[in-house]
Write a protein that binds this ligand. Structure first.
Ligand SMILES: Nc1ncnc2c1ncn2[C@@H]1O[C@H](COP(=O)(O)OP(=O)(O)OP(=O)(O)O)[C@@H](O)[C@H]1O
Length: 272
């Protein structure tokens, strides 16, 4: 069997308070295979983002990962990495697109400079080489190279989001975490971006951890889906099973709370 790109084992996370602790993630375990598109769904507050931040080692106090929890990326425990190892781990092994990623670009730097910052932070690279690499990366997300000279405010929301995704792919990560990456965008742009990601992960081989509360969107793009309820992972199944034969009563309840989908549910497929 191939080693999973991500293996989460008995993950317990508390938010430590002055009086009491809040147990936000409760003994969660799941695997993501290389190249797999894996979704985590559940209502707001069920702990999805807390998991995403822990996997990228971006969690901050008061979040506290309990002893005994394991997060393995290709078999290596992320929770034991030193600061130096962490610097190499971020972007190279795991890259994360946040909820409001399109607003995370630096407004006073050109797109080229923002690519340069990431590329240069991970090894010596000249301006010309960085520009060539950035051009290549922009092409992957269907953006013309002239945009390298633009500032973020000169690009649309959907374009900025695709630029952030291209920056995330700059160092060929094995896992791309996307936490509600398209929530602020209209449905057409949202769909286009997810189609692009689907094409890219097939072409480049990275796996995706996709987080959203939109189960309908999730079944269209994911291979497998985990359903979370109040910090617990209550069901993990193939996307089609989640759609056609949901096993857990809460998964059925989630569907019942969503507007009815009409006709056959088909996967999002796009040509490369
Ligand atoms: N800094 C914090 N301090 C205390 N509690 C927190 C903190 N951040 C999150 N929580 C709590 O932890 C729980 C899980 O939050 P989390 O953001 O992971 O949920 P989520 O499923 O990602 O929600 P959403 O879909 O709204 O982003 C929630 O009850 C939230 O209120």
């Amino acid at each position: 069997m191939t080693t999973p790109v991500l293996s989460v084992r008995n993950l317990n996370i508390d938010y430590v308070g002055a009086e009491t602790d809040f147990h936000a993630v409760k003994d969660v375990s799941f695997d993501i295979a290389p190249g797999e598109f894996f979704g985590l769904a559940g209502e707001s507050g069920c702990g999805k983002s807390t998991i995403a931040f822990a996997v990228s080692r971006l969690h901050r106090p008061p979040a506290l990962i309990r002893t005994g929890s394991e997060i393995l990326v290709e078999g290596r425990n992320v929770l034991e990495l030193s600061d130096d190892e962490l610097r190499k781990f971020r972007w190279r092994e795991v890259a994360m697109v946040f909820q409001s990623a399109m607003n995370s670009l630096n407004p006073v730097l050109t797109i080229e400079a923002q690519f340069y910052d990431v590329l240069r932070a991970h090894g010596p690279i000249g301006r010309a080489e960085a520009r060539a690499r950035a051009t290549e990366l922009l092409k992957l997300v269907d953006i013309a190279p002239e945009r390298l000279d633009s500032y973020p405010h000169q690009c649309s929301g959907g374009m900025r989001q695709r630029i952030v995704i291209a920056i995330c792919l700059a160092l060929n990560p094995k896992l791309l975490i996307m936490d509600e990456p398209t929530t602020a965008l209209d449905v057409v742009v949202q769909r286009e971006i997810l189609q692009r990601i689907d094409v890219l992960r097939k072409k480049l081989g990275f796996a995706v951890l996709f987080i959203t509360h939109d189960l309908g969107l999730m079944v269209q793009v994911c291979d497998r889906i985990g359903i979370m309820l109040e910090g617990e992972l209550v069901e993990v199944n193939e996307a089609q099973t989640i759609y056609r034969q949901p096993q857990h009563p809460y998964t059925r309840k989630l569907w019942a709370s969503m507007p009815k989908l009409r006709g056959e549910q088909t996967r999002v497929e796009a040509s490369s």
